[in-house]
Write a protein that binds this ligand. Structure first.
Ligand code: 9MR
Length: 555
């Protein structure tokens, strides 16, 4: 049938910062400027102006016009934009607009912890659950996990960490980049926001406590001394077969296995271990030293085994396969260089940030530059200038991409196809814009970083806020084993602040295949539990949202 996207006036359904950009998109085939009005909660017109005709937006297939109500800067709630008979969803204009989302997007991680009970006193009754995978029946537990039969003859204690996404797997490639982004968030914003987590009374910033839960797990994945491939890191641990939906982690009865080590996973641990060593040095010396020593062992092992690749395919878990690891070598080298200052690492930094690549779990070349950006004192003045130039150059592309689209979005794939997890492409490119703004002081970058949040929160082709609990038309049926309310009412909906993967041209699940044939790239999305290729949650996507909302809250 015909899909109903509600009002053609598309706004950030959470709202706008008083001092930030105030833009919206109107879907219309009209080609001449139209009058728009901003009305307040009592329906009084507080501002008016003319739309700017734009034309056909390539990736959504929509004909649109643009609205800029930047002339109005007062705070309030319940505003709406009106064009003719069409009325937008309501929104706020407020200085503290992103404070709650900044916090809840980070509390996503506590909710997805393995190996610890999720307590009602932190998350409320609906989201509380027993500890998963601690060896209490029917769980086999992650405290003594054997290798997949025939691949090694030891077991490892790999308890803890975060579940990757809607599934119960824990993957080093991806796990590391998500933890990395929380550490970078801490460094970018000096984050001291209190989170509702068990560690919130210690003296360590809560975001670092949360990241440490994951880092401790990642460090446990290293092959022990005396074993073949010692120092390498197991690629992943997950169930023998995919676990069913509407299943709490503690109820998973299946055997779980360690999958063989890979060079990519080993370099991910080298990178996160080095970043950990630098960031936690101020807070916990012993932990920082342990991180560094494991990172260095991993680095040495990766040099000895530079081409051990995790296979594509497989059952029971994601593949996270990657056969190009020059970028992982470069990222790890950059993190080790910034942590230690040792020039031996420097010659292994072979990649730079490129707008076309961005960064992701698979493409980590750009992270070398992002690592250096956090430790400029390691670089000569000339190299610092070059680094800022490269980051600004990538930001220029994202700025142009955002400005050239009817729904402002710094993500604009050159091949015209949205990828699995496209919303993280938006958030990660916005992060580069924010970083470029910090490094250059150019307000256009900052404004574009903030405007990117408009896309994620409703100013898009589907009138969809992709964040649970934020906006009138929010995603709330994301693919998740425990947050399976729409399948079984005994389970909760996603915790507020959970980001959906977003439009994916690939239609890689049966629900998408049944319902989305022929979709325009920006519309290949369904808020349905079964559409894992468009509507899953994932740690590496929420880490990007957390980074960006922390930045917006500081702005
Ligand atoms: O985010 C991953 C995406 O880049 C891949 O294209 C996709 C298919 O391999 O896998 C995504 O990651 C999923 C992982 O394999 C298993 N856990 C859920 C992840 C998010 O959907």
């Amino acid at each position: 049938g015909v899909r109903d996207f509600g009002s053609p006036v598309r706004v950030n359904q959470l709202g706008y910062l008083p001092s930030g950009p105030h833009r919206a998109t109107y879907v219309t085939t009209a080609t001449t400027p139209l009058e728009w009005r901003l009305v307040d909660a009592s329906n009084t017109t507080v501002a008016r102006g003319k739309t700017t005709p734009y034309g056909a937006d390539a990736l959504s297939g929509d004909d649109v016009q643009l609205i800029d109500f930047g002339s109005y800067r007062k705070s309030g709630s319940g505003f709406r934009l009106v064009v003719g008979e069409d009325v937008s969803e309501p929104f706020d204009i407020a200085k503290n607009l992103y404070s709650k989302l900044r916090q809840e997007s980070l509390e996503y991680f506590y909710n997805n912890r393995s190996g610890i009970p999720i307590e009602a006193k932190y998350v409320g009754d609906a989201w509380a659950r027993a500890a998963g995978h601690v060896g209490v029946a029917p769980n086999k537990g992650d405290t003594s996990v054997p290798c997949v039969p025939g691949s090694c003859d030891y077991s490892l204690d790999v308890r803890g960490g975060w579940y990757d996404a809607g599934d119960h797997g824990k993957y080093v490639v991806n796990g590391a980049i998500a933890a990395w982004q929380l550490l970078d968030l801490y460094e970018a914003t000096d984050d001291k926001i209190a989170l509702k987590i068990p560690e919130n009374t210690n003296r360590v910033p809560d975001v670092l406590d949360e990241a440490r839960w994951q880092i401790d797990f990642l460090l446990r994945m290293q092959v022990p001394a005396g074993q073949p491939l010692a120092g390498m890191v197991h690629h992943k641990i997950h169930d023998a077969a995919w676990t069913g939906m509407a299943l709490a982690p503690a109820s998973d009865p299946q055997p779980r296995y360690l999958y063989p080590p890979s060079t990519a996973a080993t370099l991910n641990v080298a990178a996160i271990g080095a970043r950990c060593a630098r960031v936690y040095a101020r807070w916990d010396h012993a932990f920082a030293n342990r991180c560094l020593s494991i990172a260095q062992k991993a680095w040495t092992a990766a040099l000895q085994h530079p081409a051990v690749y995790a296979p594509d395919g497989g059952v029971g878990g994601g593949a996270y396969d990657d056969v190009k690891v020059t970028d992982e070598f470069s990222w790890a080298a950059a993190e080790l260089f910034t942590a230690t200052g040792k020039t031996a690492y420097k010659r292994h930094i072979t990649t730079t940030l490129k707008a076309a690549d961005g960064f992701s779990w698979q493409e980590t070349g750009g992270l070398a530059d992002l690592a250096l950006a956090r430790a400029p004192w390691r670089l000569s003045i000339l190299d610092q200038l070059k680094l800022v130039g490269r980051i600004a150059k990538a930001a220029d592309t994202y700025l142009a991409d955002l400005r050239s689209q009817g729904y402002a979005n710094p993500y604009k794939p050159a091949n015209g196809r949205y990828v699995w997890g496209s919303n993280s492409g938006t958030a990660n490119n916005a992060m580069i814009l924010a970083l470029a703004a910090d490094l250059t002081g150019r307000s256009a970058y900052k404004s574009a970083a903030l405007e990117s949040l408009d896309y994620l929160l409703g100013r898009n082709a589907l009138n969809q806020s992709y964040v649970t609990g934020y906006g009138e038309r929010d995603s709330h049926q994301q693919h998740h084993r425990f947050w399976s309310h729409s399948l079984n009412p005994a389970f909760p909906s996603p915790y507020p602040g959970s980001l959906a993967g977003g439009p994916n041209s690939g239609l890689q699940d049966p629900v998408a295949q049944r319902n989305l044939q022929g979709c325009a790239p920006a519309k290949c999305y369904l808020d349905e539990l079964g559409s894992y290729s468009t509507n899953e949650v994932a740690i590496n996507w929420n880490s990007a949202l957390a980074w960006l909302t922390a930045y917006a809250d500081e702005a």
